[in-house]
Design a protein around this ligand. Structure first.
Ligand code: URP
Ligand code: ZN
Ligand code: ZN
Ligand code: ZN
Length: 479
C-alpha cells in the first residue's frame, strides 16, 4: 500500500485518546493508523510534536453585510471568506462555520444563495454555514426553512437582541417548532434586549458614553435572564439548543439546571471571556472599542466559573466569535471618531489565536488534557453541527485535516504575526506556549512553517448531517 502523505513519529491526540502512531493518507483521507508506516510519497517528521485533528471554528462572522439603519452605520467587516479562512488555517483551524444572515424582508433562500456566492472559490479550508433567521415569515417557516434543512443546512441561529435581528419569544418558538420537525439544531444569542435598551438610555442620558458603558449596559443578569428564557423556550418546543458565547457563571448555571431537568442544552464560550475583563474596555482614546463585544467580557470570577465549566464538562465548545471590524472609520469608528458606545460595531477578531490560546492557557497550564482540548476545539463542533466523522477526528476514512502542533514553541501574540485583515488583536502581548507548525486540509499541506502553501479557493462547501444532539435520546416537548 502506498500513501500520498505519511505523518511519522508524532503523538496523536483525538477527542478520546492520546497515542503514538504514524498516519497514512491517500486520496484526501486517513487510510492507515499504525505503529510504523514506511512508504509515503511525502513524509512529515512529527517527532516531538502533537498530531491533532484540524480545528473547527463554528462561530465566526465573515463578509457579513449589516442590516441598513443600524447605529453603527454599516461598519464593514474586514475579513471575507478568503482572508478569514487563511487566518484560521495559520492558527490550526481547517474548517469554519460562519453565518449566512437573512435580513428582514429578504427571502431566506435568497440569503443562502448570496452567502454561497460570497464564499465560493474563496476559502483555503472547508466550510459550512449556520443560517441566521431574522424574519420568520409564513413562507420562511412553511417552505424555505424546511427545504434548506433537508438540503443540509441543519444548524440555525436566532438572536434575542440587536435591533435588526432580534426575534420575539413567539417568533423564536415558531422557528424552534420547524427545527423540531426537521431535526435542526438551534443556536441562540441570549441577552435581554429590553433591559439593554433601558440601561443604555440611562447611561447616555447621564453622559456615560465611552466603551466601558457598553459593558455597563449589558451586565451578567441580562445574559442570565435571557439564557433562562432561551432554554425554557427550547424545552417547550423540544429542540436541542446551543447557547453561544456564554460569558460567566450565572448563565452557565442556567444551562446546568436545564441539563439536570433532562434537556439537551449545550454551552459555547470563547477565549475573550477566559482572558479579558470589562476593565479592558476602560481605556483612553476609544481604545476600549477594540474589546467591545456582546456579551462583554466580565471579571475574574466569571473567568474562573468558565474554566470550571470547561473542566467539568458544562462547556462543550470553544469558538472564536471572530467579528472582524478594524479600529478605523470603516469599522469600529464608522459612526465618527468619538462615537457613543451604541454606535460602535460589536465584535472582536480571534480566528487565528483560538487554538494557541486554549492550548497555552488550558493544556500547558494543566487545566485540561489533550483529548478535552481536541473535543472543545474540533470534535464536539463536528458532532453538534453534523460534520462528524468526516471532520473533527483522526480515524480511518476521515478527511485528512490534520495539524502538526509544536507544543514547545513560545510566542508572544502581536498583530503583525496574524493573517486577518483586522488592524489589531485584543490579545496583543499575550505569551503563548505551543503553535501549529504544519496544517493539512484533505491531505494537502496548506500552511507550513509560517507560509501559506494551499491555494485559496481549494476549500469545499460541506453539507451538514443531522446534529448528534438529536441522536442521543428522545427530546421531550410540551407541544
Ligand atoms: O459582539 C459580538 N459578539 N459580535 C458578533 C455578533 C454576535 O453577537 O455574535
Ligand atoms: Zn446551500
Ligand atoms: Zn452573538
Ligand atoms: Zn457571533
Amino acid at each position: 500500500m502506498s500513501f500520498d502523505l505519511v505523518i511519522r513519529g508524532g503523538t496523536v491526540a483525538t477527542g478520546a485518546d492520546v497515542f503514538k502512531a504514524d498516519i497514512g493518507i491517500r486520496n484526501e483521507r486517513v487510510v492507515a493508523i499504525a505503529d510504523r508506516i514506511v512508504d509515503g510519497r511525502r513524509v512529515i517528521d512529527a517527532t516531538g510534536k502533537i498530531v491533532l485533528p484540524g480545528g473547527i471554528d463554528a462561530h465566526c462572522h465573515l463578509d457579513q453585510s449589516q442590516a441598513p439603519g443600524l447605529a453603527s452605520k454599516g461598519a464593514r467587516m474586514a475579513d471575507g471568506f478568503r482572508s478569514g479562512s487563511i487566518s484560521a488555517a495559520f492558527g490550526g483551524t481547517t474548517t469554519i462555520v460562519p453565518f449566512c444572515v437573512q435580513h428582514r424582508g429578504q427571502s431566506l433562500t435568497a440569503a443562502v444563495a448570496d452567502y454561497h456566492e460570497r464564499a465560493a472559490g474563496q476559502t483555503v479550508g472547508d466550510y459550512a454555514f449556520h443560517l441566521i433567521i431574522s424574519d420568520p415569515t409564513p413562507a420562511v417557516l412553511g417552505q424555505e426553512l424546511p427545504a434548506l434543512i433537508r438540503r443540509g443546512h441543519t444548524s440555525l441561529k436566532v438572536y434575542m437582541t440587536y435591533e435588526a435581528m432580534q426575534l420575539s419569544d413567539r417568533q423564536i418558538l415558531d422557528v424552534f417548532e420547524i427545527a423540531r420537525q426537521e431535526k435542526a439544531i438551534m443556536l441562540i444569542h441570549a441577552e435581554n434586549h429590553e433591559i439593554i435598551g433601558w440601561l443604555a438610555d440611562r447611561l447616555e442620558r447621564s453622559g456615560r458614553t465611552t466603551p466601558v458603558a457598553h459593558a455597563q449596559s449589558r451586565p451578567l443578569p441580562v445574559e442570565r435572564e435571557a439564557t433562562h428564557r432561551a432554554v425554557t423556550l427550547a424545552e417547550i418546543a423540544g429542540v436541542p439548543l446551543v447557547v453561544v458565547h456564554v460569558s460567566g457563571g450565572d448563565p452557565l448555571e442556567e444551562i446546568r439546571r436545564a441539563r439536570t431537568r433532562g434537556h439537551t442544552v449545550l454551552a459555547e464560550t470563547c477565549p475573550q471571556y477566559l482572558l479579558l475583563t470589562a476593565q479592558d474596555l476602560d481605556q483612553p482614546d476609544m481604545l476600549g472599542a477594540k474589546v467591545m463585544c456582546s456579551p462583554p467580557p466580565r471579571d475574574t470570577a466569571a473567568q474562573a466559573a468558565l474554566w470550571r465549566g470547561i473542566e467539568d464538562g458544562t462547556v462543550d465548545i470553544v469558538n472564536s466569535d471572530h467579528a472582524p471590524y478594524r479600529f478605523d472609520a470603516e469599522g469600529k469608528l464608522k459612526a465618527g471618531p468619538n462615537p457613543s458606545f451604541r454606535g460602535i460595531a460589536n465584535g472582536i477578531p480571534g480566528l487565528e489565536t483560538r487554538l494557541p490560546i486554549l492550548f497555552s492557557e488550558g493544556v500547558v497550564k494543566g487545566r485540561i488534557d489533550l483529548p478535552r482540548f481536541v473535543a472543545l476545539t474540533a470534535t464536539n463542533n463536528a458532532k453538534l453541527y453534523g460534520l462528524y466523522p468526516r471532520k473533527g477526528t483522526i480515524a480511518i476514512g476521515s478527511d485528512a485535516d490534520i495539524v502538526v502542533w509544536d507544543p514547545e514553541r513560545r510566542t508572544t501574540i502581536t498583530n503583525d504575526l496574524l493573517h486577518h485583515n483586522v488592524d489589531y488583536t485584543p490579545f496583543e502581548g499575550l505569551a503563548i506556549e505551543g503553535w501549529p507548525e504544519t496544517v493539512i486540509s484533505r491531505g494537502e499541506v496548506i500552511v507550513q512553517g509560517g507560509t501559506l502553501t494551499g491555494t485559496p479557493g481549494r476549500g469545499r462547501f460541506l453539507t451538514q448531517q443531522t446534529s448528534s444532539a438529536w441522536n442521543t435520546r428522545e427530546i421531550r416537548a410540551w407541544i
